[in-house]
Design a protein around this ligand. Sequence first.
Ligand code: SAH
Length: 204
Amino acid sequence: MVDRLHLSDPRVEAAMRKVARDAFVPARWLSIAYDDTPVPLTEEATVSAPHMVALLLEALDPREGDHLLEIGAGMGYLAALLAELVGPAGRVDAIEIDPGLASEATQRLAALGYDTVAHVRVGDGHEGLPEQAPFDGIVVSCATPDLALAWTSELREGGRLVAPVGSTFEQILVTYTRHGRSGRVVQGVPCRFVPLRRAGTPHI
Ligand code: SAH
């Protein structure tokens, strides 16, 4: 799978070789665990496609020891990769709105030994996680109409926020780097993620 992705960042490549994607895929979809395609989890969640995960990781560019926030943990595949990249000195906080998925993610991360670094909690990620801020990086794994002020204000100086920004049907991968009270925005590739939901609001 990783050979076919032609990755340019050796650290991202090493992490993707190490973290077994099949550990984060439901049993009935194991036959496509190493295809470059999203894997369905629920009607409102997927395991992101490997090439898209690689783009998120390259845009976020996590370093050893970083403290990161992920919004939309799903079954924890990206959280495991983030934990691998930040290493034992780092920390990953991941928020998941679906309690069933959050519990799956917690179990799957523990099975691979990432639970000392990656911590999944149930919640609505719209407000980020102010009690754990500031973060070196924040990655949003679901489509958002805009970059929430809560997220940009929870970044440390020079920290990065990576998010798919756009409508429900198409987004652009945006990287925001915080500089003082504003930041620099770089637009990346078109992409399609499941929408960021509001707590208590069914997905349409
Ligand atoms: N990061 C996952 C992808 C999960 S898909 C991976 O690595 O494979 C996106 C996830 O975002 C879904 O599980 C969905 O339930 C969750 N989500 C949607 N809205 C949310 C919100 N407001 N807060 C937290 N999680 C949310």
